[in-house]
Design a protein around this ligand. Structure first.
Ligand code: NI
Length: 187
């Protein structure tokens, strides 16, 4: 089942998230629904706050980007309670988009190398060093779990230039071909 995606300006995107425990009700179904929602919207990552849930759960599938980013090949992952350790402070800048900010894309600086610790869908622990677009995607999704969106990394000057577009997202004045919940229509 496809879930509505919560849009920039909705308070749930700013709420702190709770660690996930194995007794969470119908978790496998939720994970399936999040993948279905992400694929239907042509995204490569989706975090629980984007479907209105303040829990530490992320789905990622970046395989589609493997041609330009070999580290992404075959990387379909469920991240539960992920933790990032920064290994290399040097930043790379690349364009990012987000299903919660339809129609927008901005350059974002992020560190290149991280070590990620997480639990998979069976609550088995993993630890891995990551770089490239995979590292970027993970950092973007873990930001969501901390109440942040990529736009928070964009300069105030740049945000001033696109303020009307941001305002329209908050006001629900935009088109996209997936189901959404906006701050303006949240009742
Ligand atoms: Ni996002």
């Amino acid at each position: 089942m496809k879930l509505p995606i919560y849009i920039y300006g909705h308070p749930v995107l700013r709420k702190p998230t709770e660690p996930l425990t194995p007794d969470y009700p119908e978790l496998p179904k939720l994970i399936d629904n999040m993948f279905e929602t992400m694929y239907a919207a042509e995204g490569c990552g989706l975090a629980a706050p984007q479907v209105g849930l303040s829990i530490q759960l992320v789905v990622i599938d970046v395989d589609v980007l493997k041609e330009d980013n070999p580290e992404c090949a075959g990387r379909k992952m469920v991240l539960i309670n992920p933790e990032i350790e920064v290994l290399d402070g040097e930043e790379q800048t690349r364009a990012e988009g987000c299903l919660s900010l339809p129609g927008l894309s901005e350059n974002v600086g992020r560190v290149e190398h991280i070590r990620l610790r997480w639990l998979d869908e069976n609550f088995q622990p993993h630890e891995e060093e990551m770089s490239g677009f995979l590292s970027r995607c993970v950092q973007h999704e873990v930001d969501h779990l901390n109440g942040k969106v990529y736009m928070d990394h964009v300069s105030a000057t740049r945000k001033l230039l696109i303020r009307n577009k941001l305002r329209n997202l908050v006001d629900g004045k935009f088109n996209c071909d997936y189901r959404v919940k906006t701050a303006a229509r949240r009742k």
